[in-house]
Design a protein around this ligand. Structure first.
Ligand code: DAH
Length: 344
């Protein structure tokens, strides 16, 4: 037994733990309820009285030594713990947290809204799930017009005639709702999401965003339309941006036009964005067809008006040169964080 105690004493003396876990293992091994010291005391019981006299003292000394060693090391580890927490540098800056930013489409939509607000336009909205009347019939679309076809329109119910339900294919439906529910003059812009049954690619998506504009009053002329849109383009893309109007066709406007601006990327010199023509189309517009005014209960002899509609994605592409439409809806933070803005 003496030999065993000598061996353990050497082990305790040499013990030097690297961490608190090792010290705990040491405590369990020697001082635990099923530990070695307990064992030694058990063995001690069956020694002769002679042996007891010497061994008793040695055994107690070994026990005290082990306890003292454990206590000392424990205090060391405890104080290390507290000093390491106290040593934190309180002057270090706090941990930053991610702040969101506005989506580029929202930035551009808000900019468009701001420009038209300064001209006295109000903002109006309508439902994304719309009936045939508001999306097509009231807007003078002939019964057999291809835009009504299943290929372009996401129908929800198809056989209800003017009550058929679909996802709106353009924000022009909001014009109808506005005119049906109010009295002229109307001066409003109507931003919103629209849906078309298109295969998703870099250049097309099954949903996108538009801003519709409507101005109806007595004596509104095509000159008013041109001047309003010219002013809008100067504000949005900068003084000196050129505009041109090309004759076009929309069922709900007569006459109708498409408006091009001088390419914002190459300033008219010719590039990929403008297919080397120097011009890019940004919107459709025209004088509200008298049939549409009458469909909405407005006297077309007394009132005239102009309307226009533009795709926000297109306007955004020309501002930020974004070549793949899919980026707008993928929520990739690497893309979105490039549009950091002060959010107030
Ligand atoms: N609704 C048309 C479209 O989605 C855009 C448009 C063209 C709107 C001419 C108008 C307009 O108000 O006058 O392609």
């Amino acid at each position: 037994m003496q030999e065993l105690i000598d061996k353990y004493t050497a082990e305790v003396d040499a013990f030097s733990p690297a961490n608190a876990e090792e010290l705990e293992a040491f405590r369990i091994k020697f001082l635990g309820t099923k530990g070695l010291i307990k064992d030694l005391f058990e063995q001690f019981k069956s020694t002769t009285p002679e042996e007891k006299r010497t061994l008793g003292k040695v055994l107690n000394q070994f026990k005290q030594l082990t306890e003292a060693k454990h206590q000392e090391l424990k205090e060391q580890f405890d104080s290390q713990l507290t000093t390491s927490t106290n040593q934190q540098d309180l002057t270090l800056p706090g941990e930053g947290f991610a702040v969101g930013s506005r989506h580029p489409l929202s930035l551009v939509r808000n900019e468009i809204i701001d420009i038209f607000k300064r001209l006295g336009f109000v903002v109006a909205e309508g439902p994304e799930i719309e009936n045939d009347w508001h999306n097509f019939s009231a807007l003078n679309f002939p019964e057999e017009h291809p835009a009504r076809d299943m290929q372009d329109t996401f129908f929800i119910t198809k056989d209800g005639g003017q009550d058929s339900i679909a996802l709106r294919t353009h924000t022009s439906s909001v014009q109808v709702r506005m005119m049906e529910n109010g009295k002229p003059p109307f001066r409003a812009i109507m931003p919103g999401r629209v849906y078309r049954n298109e295969a998703i690619s870099a250049r097309a998506h099954c949903f996108f965003h538009q801003v519709e504009g409507l101005y109806v009053d007595e004596n509104v002329s095509f000159a008013d339309l041109k001047q309003t849109l010219f002013h809008f383009v100067q504000e949005l893309y900068g003084e000196g941006t050129k505009v041109r109007f090309r004759p076009s066709y929309f069922p709900f406007t007569e006459p109708s036009a498409e408006m091009d601006i001088s390419c914002t990327i190459c300033k008219g010199a010719g590039c990929n964005m403008c297919k080397h023509s120097g011009w890019v189309e940004i919107l459709g517009c025209g004088m509200v067809d008298p049939n549409v005014l009458e469909n909405c209960g407005i006297d077309s002899k007394k009132y005239t008006g102009f309307a226009f509609g533009m795709g926000i994605e297109r306007i955004t592409n020309l501002k930020y040169v974004i070549r793949d439409l899919r980026l707008f809806s993928e929520n990739d933070v690497r893309f979105l964080k490039q549009f950091k803005t002060e959010i107030v």
